[in-house]
Design a protein around this ligand. Structure first.
Ligand code: AGP
Length: 624
C-alpha cells in the first residue's frame, strides 16, 4: 500500500516530509515524491497583497534515499507540503507515475492511496474537456477533477471540491491535495483506505499510518469513509458525507514507532493475517461490479475462452496451493481441463503446451525464478501467458501477455498470508467468469456464488474475532512433534498450506495430506505425539472425513478439527474444535486457511520463533 504524509505548520517542511516517508518505508514502495507550496520570490497578489505561491515537486523511482539526496540541495522550502511512497497498482513503478500528480495548470497537487475503479471513464470525460494526462496512473484523474470543479464549475472551496470528487469516484482512496490558490490549508478525503490526522500545537498532519508523524505528535483523529477534512496550521475541520461540519476529539496513543509500524500487532505476519478482510475486498474491487464480473485485464476474447482446450497453471509454495484450488473450480464450474505443476518441475518434464493452451502463472512476488523460467518455456511454445501477482511491474508481470494484480497490499512477513487469500479470490472469480462465458452456470447458481464470494470478507472477520480460541489450542498443543493436516477436495490444498505455514515458521515437522490417503502410509506416523488437524466442513464429503478422523483417533493422535458453525457432531471425535461460518462447499477453503495461519503463528510464538523472518527463507526466491 502507498504511504502518505502531509504537513502544515510553523516549521519548514521538506525534512519533515522526507523523514515521514522514511518512517513509512516498512510498508514497501517503489517510488516516492514530495510537493511543497513555496512563495514565488517578490510576487504578490495585487488585490490582497499576499504572496503568490507555486508548487515545487520532486519525485523519483526507487528508494527514498535517492529522493532525499536529490532534494538536499534544492530550494523547495515551505510550510505546507505533501509526500508519498507509491506501491504501484496502475502503471509501472517510474518517475512519471510516482506521486504527487498535478492538474493541467500545475496549481493542484494530489497524493493518493487506493484504487479508482472508474478512472478510465473519468479520464475519457476529462480528455473530452481538454485535459491532458502524462502518467499511466488512476490517481492523475484526481487533480484534474479538482481543477474542473474549482474552475469550470466555480466551486470556490478546495474542501467542497474534494467532497464532490468523493461522490464521483468509485473504489478506494485516501486522497490529499494542496493548491496554490489555497496556500493556508491541506484538504483530504477518504473512501476505504486508511487516513488519520495528527494534531499538535501550531501544526497539523495527514498520514496513512501513525509512524509517519509519531515523532511530532501522539494525538490522532481517524477519518471515516466519505468524510473530507481541511487542516490549517491551527485548525482541523472534519465534514461528514453530507458535507456537514462535525466534531471529533483526538485520542492519544502511547505506541513507540516500532509498534506503530506493526499497527500494534506483535509481528507483521499477524498484522497481515488480520488485514485479510480488507485485502480480499481490494482483490474483488473493480472485478465484481453490481453482480457482474469484469475481467477485461485478462485480454482474452469470449471466443478464445470458449475455444480453450486446456489451462496450465504453474506456481511454487503457497501460490501452488492457490493453483490447486483454481484447478478444482475451473474444472467444476467452467469444465475446462486444468493441469497444475510446480514451476520448478514444469520445464523439465516435456510438457505439452501450444497456442490453444492458456498458461497461468501465480506468484505473489512476481520474481520467483522457477516461475519465470516456466513462463519463458511456455512463451517459446506460443502459449498465451496470464500472470497473477501482487507486485506491479515485477519481472513476471512484465514478461506475461496479461496480468491480474491481486492488490493485497505489500506483504512484509516472509510467510505468504494475505497474498494467498487474495490469490484464492482471483481463482474463484476467474473460474466463475470462465463458467459464465461458456454458459455452464445458470443465473441462480451464479447469483448465489457471487453473493457468497461477497460475504467472504465479513466471514474472515468473524474468524479473526475468535483468534483467541486458536491461540488457546496452540498453547495446549505446541509441544507435539508431528502435525498432520488432513482435508479432502477443496480442503486438500488448504491442508498443504496449513502444513507449509507451520513448517516455515515453527520448524516442526508437518505434512498436508488428502485424508483418504492416510491408510496408504502416513497413518503409521500417528501416535500420542501427533496432532491431526482435520478440515471437516459440512460438505458433500463430510461423512467420509469423519471416518478418516476416526482412523487417527483410534491411533491416539490429538485431533483438532476445523468445523462449520453449529456442528455439534464432531466434538465426539475431536479434542479441540474451531468453528468457521457457513458457505458453499467450493468456498470453504478460504475460511479454513485463516485459522490454520493463526494456528501456525501461535505455535511458532510458543517456540519463540522469528515469524517475520524465518530461518533459511526469503520473500522472493530469485535463485533456482
Ligand atoms: C510462502 O509462505 C512461502 N514463503 C513460499 O512458499 C512462497 O509461496 C513461494 O516461494 C512462492 O513465492 P511466489 O508466490 O512469490 O512465487
Amino acid at each position: 500500500m502507498c504511504g502518505i504524509v502531509a504537513y502544515i505548520g510553523n516549521k519548514k517542511c521538506k525534512s519533515i516530509l522526507i523523514n515521514g516517508l522514511k518512517r513509512l518505508e516498512y510498508r514497501g514502495y517503489d517510488s516516492a515524491g514530495i510537493a511543497i507550496l513555496s512563495p514565488v520570490q517578490n510576487e504578490k497578489f495585487e488585490k490582497t497583497g499576499k504572496p503568490r505561491f507555486q508548487i515545487k515537486v520532486e519525485k523519483e523511482a526507487g528508494k527514498i534515499k535517492v529522493l532525499e539526496d536529490l532534494v538536499k540541495n534544492i530550494d523547495m522550502d515551505g510550510f505546507c507540503g505533501i509526500g508519498h511512497t507509491r506501491w504501484a497498482t496502475h502503471g509501472e513503478p517510474s518517475k512519471v507515475n510516482a506521486h504527487p500528480h498535478f492538474d493541467c495548470t500545475e496549481k493542484i497537487a494530489v497524493v493518493h492511496n487506493g484504487i479508482i475503479e472508474n478512472y478510465s471513464e473519468i479520464k475519457e470525460e476529462l480528455i473530452q474537456k481538454g485535459h491532458k494526462f502524462i502518467s499511466q496512473t488512476d490517481t492523475e484523474v484526481l487533480p484534474h477533477l479538482l481543477e474542473e470543479y474549482l474552475k469550470s464549475e466555480n466551486i470556490g472551496d478546495l474542501q467542497l471540491a474534494m467532497h464532490k470528487l468523493l461522490k464521483k469516484i468509485r473504489g478506494s482512496g485516501a486522497i490529499v491535495a494542496i493548491s496554490t490558490d489555497f496556500p493556508e490549508e491541506i484538504v483530504a478525503g477518504r473512501i476505504a483506505s486508511p487516513l488519520i490526522v495528527g494534531t499538535s500545537k501550531d501544526e497539523n498532519f495527514f498520514a496513512s499510518d501513525m509512524p509517519a508523524v509519531l515523532e511530532h505528535t501522539h494525538n490522532f483523529i481517524v477519518i471515516n469513509d466519505f468524510e473530507t477534512v481541511r487542516i490549517t496550521r491551527n485548525k482541523v475541520e472534519i465534514f461528514n458525507s453530507d458535507c456537514k461540519l462535525i466534531e471529533r476529539e483526538p485520542f492519544k496513543v502511547s505506541w513507540s514507532i516500532e509498534s506503530a509500524e506493526k499497527g500494534g500487532y506483535e509481528d507483521f505476519m499477524l498484522k497481515e493475517i488480520f488485514e485479510q478482510p480488507y485485502g480480499v475486498k481490494e482483490t474483488m474491487r473493480g472485478r465484481l461490479l453490481d453482480g457482474a464480473l469484469n475481467f477485461d485485464e485478462l485480454n482474452i476474447s469470449e471466443e478464445q475462452i470458449k475455444n480453450l482446450k486446456k489451462i496450465q497453471i504453474i506456481a511454487c509454495g503457497t501460490s501452488y496451493h492457490a493453483a490447486l484450488t483454481g484447478k478444482l473450480l475451473i474444472e467444476k464450474w467452467a469444465k475446462i481441463p486444468v493441469e497444475v505443476d510446480f514451476s520448478s518441475e514444469y520445464r523439465y518434464r516435456s510438457p505439452i503446451v501450444d497456442k490453444n493452451c492458456l498458461f497461468v502463472a501465480i506468484t505473489q512476488s512476481g520474481e520467483t525464478i522457477d516461475t519465470l523460467a516456466a513462463i519463458r518455456e511456455a512463451k517459446s511454445k506460443n502459449a498465451r501467458v496470464v500472470a497473477i501477482t501482487n507486485v506491479v511491474g515485477s519481472t513476471v508481470a512484465r514478461e506475461s501477455d496479461s496480468v491480474i494484480y491481486t492488490h493485497a497490499g505489500p506483504e512484509i512477513g516472509v510467510c505468504a498470508t494475505k497474498t494467498f487469500s487474495s490469490q484464492l479470490i482471483v481463482m474463484y472469480l476467474m473460474a466463475l467468469y470462465f463458467a459464465k462465458v461458456k454458459g455452464f452456470v445458470d443465473g441462480v447458481d451464479y447469483d448465489k456464488i457471487i453473493k457468497e464470494i461477497k460475504s467472504i470478507p465479513d466471514k474472515i472477520q468473524t474468524i479473526l474475532d475468535n483468534a483467541e480460541k486458536i491461540k488457546n489450542i496452540a498453547d495446549e498443543t505446541y509441544k507435539h512433534t508431528c502435525f498432520l493436516f488432513l482435508g479432502r477436495i477443496y480442503g486438500f490444498p488448504m491442508s498443504l498450506e496449513g502444513a507449509l505455514k507451520l513448517k516455515e515458521i515453527s520448524y516442526i515437522h508437518a505434512e498436508g495430506y488428502p485424508a483418504g490417503e492416510m491408510k496408504h502410509g502416513p497413518i503409521a506416523l500417528t501416535d500420542t505425539k501427533t496432532v491431526v488437524v482435520g478440515l471437516i466442513p459440512r460438505d458433500f464429503i463430510y461423512e467420509k472425513m469423519i471416518s478418516n478422523l476416526q482412523e487417527v483417533k483410534a491411533r491416539n493422535a490429538t485431533i483438532f478439527a476445523i468445523i462449520t458453525e453449529d456442528d455439534k457432531n464432531i466434538s465426539r471425535y475431536a479434542n479441540y474444535t474451531f468453528e468457521i461460518p457457513k458457505t458453499i462447499e467450493e468456498l470453504y477453503g478460504i475460511l479454513e486457511v485463516v485459522p490454520l495461519q493463526l494456528y501456525a503463528y501461535y505455535i511458532a510464538k510458543n517456540h519463540n520463533r522469528n515469524v517475520d523472518q524465518p530461518r533459511n527463507l526469503a520473500k522472493s526466491v530469485t535463485v533456482e
